[in-house]
Design a protein around this ligand. Structure first.
Ligand code: SAM
Length: 238
């Protein structure tokens, strides 16, 4: 028996790689072949709170939704969620080239290996035409789609209305240091990434701030020899 609560072989094969192949944006989560980066924070929160409905808005690589799906499997294996209601993971991605291009498609490794419902549309359309129409309340939300200020604001303003009591919202790329130090390559990755940190700055001084418990996890550049998460902000309504 390998005495670890982490199976590093599995992490290396299917969680932080696609069967051994590194994927795009993995570094932004601070993940490597051996380390799950901010994915471990998501895993732990879900493991603890056992959400029934988890939603990821935007994912270039499927890293976050695959973790959501995996926690659900692990909890089911451990005997939770017995009431007949299987927990669900939704991924909303419009494949619109805004803030990045997904490196997966619906028949590729990630969506076939993990139980994830993919809504290939904009976050706004999914909100009105899917979640509102079905009266779905979200227990765990990860916001990572349009990274402009307006995009983040719209996603937060819409989806925060359908978060269940004690539900959690996580916003990626909120560390301003990451945006300030980001080096774009020629003809590639010229995306507006300023939105999450600017949204956070304005939210912090807004009247809504006091309605939430807020925890910022920034580690950009602390361990300079390793990838570091581009910042995650965790919010829960008081
Ligand atoms: C590439 S991710 C950002 C990188 C991210 N840090 C990650 O780990 O994957 C942004 C994703 O959001 C999607 N996207 C952008 N605007 C969107 C919108 N309005 N609705 C739905 N998806 C959107 C893009 O297709 C892209 O896949």
């Amino acid at each position: 028996m390998k005495k670890t609560i982490l199976n590093h072989e599995y992490i290396k094969e299917e969680i932080t790689t696609n069967q051994g192949k590194d994927f795009r944006y993995r570094w932004s989560h601070g993940a490597t072949n051996k380390h799950m980066g901010d994915g471990m924070i998501l895993y732990s929160l879900m493991y603890f709170f056992k959400p029934k409905i988890s939603v990821c808005l935007g994912s270039g690589n499927g890293y976050i939704p695959r973790i959501m799906s995996k926690v659900n499997d692990d909890l089911e294996y451990e005997g939770f969620h017995k009431s007949g209601e299987r927990p669900e993971t939704y991924l909303v991605d419009a494949f619109n080239g805004v803030a990045g291009i997904p490196d997966w498609d619906t028949d590729s490794f990630f969506p076939t290996a993990f139980r994830v419902q993919v809504l290939k549309t904009t976050t706004e359309k999914a909100y009105y035409e899917y979640f509102i129409k079905r009266d779905i309340k979200i227990d765990m939300l990860w916001i990572d789609a349009d990274h402009s200020y307006e995009g983040i604001k719209k996603d937060f303003d819409l989806y925060s209305q359908i978060i269940s009591e004690n539900g959690i919202i996580m916003i990626h790329d909120t560390d301003k240091k990451y945006v300030d130090n980001f080096i774009e390559s020629e003809n590639h990755e010229k995306y507006d990434l300023t939105g999450p940190s600017e949204w956070l700055r304005r939210f912090t001084i807004s009247s809504h701030y006091d309605d939430y418990e807020v925890l910022n996890l920034f580690n950009y550049g602390i361990e300079k020899d390793f990838p570091s998460s581009t910042g995650v902000t965790i919010l829960r309504k008081k």
